[in-house]
Design a protein around this ligand. Sequence first.
Ligand SMILES: [Zn+2]
Length: 140
Amino acid sequence: MIEYQKSVELLSTYLKKKGIYLAKGNWDAYFHEDKTVVYNYKLRNKENMVFSILHEIGHHLAFTNLKSYKNRFPVLHKQRFGSGNINKRTNRYRMEVIVEEHDAWRKGERVANKLGLDIDSDKYYTYASRWVKTYYEGDV
Ligand SMILES: [Zn+2]
């Protein structure tokens, strides 16, 4: 992996071209309405920090084609873009959340490859699995 500052710069430039702002914060998130990716810049492991940015970009990319998003994640689409409440305790909801998370990691990996960030795929998905796990742990 190339130097992390360089990677963050590349990702910031990539996002800027899409009209998305990369902002420092205390956690990782993508805010669709605000067109902002926030990343935890205090994370000690800078490689993981870059991985997280890639993942949030993956969420952004999923929303750029809402028709495809709706096809793949009908329940989540309804929750995020539709009206009315949806039941978050259904198996379908939970399944879509996990698949959506995994999808965002896959999309992030593609961005890394496209931009020539030489990420370690094994480390990337090990880190990804730690996060995806938080979505199926606990309240089953
Ligand atoms: Zn995510």
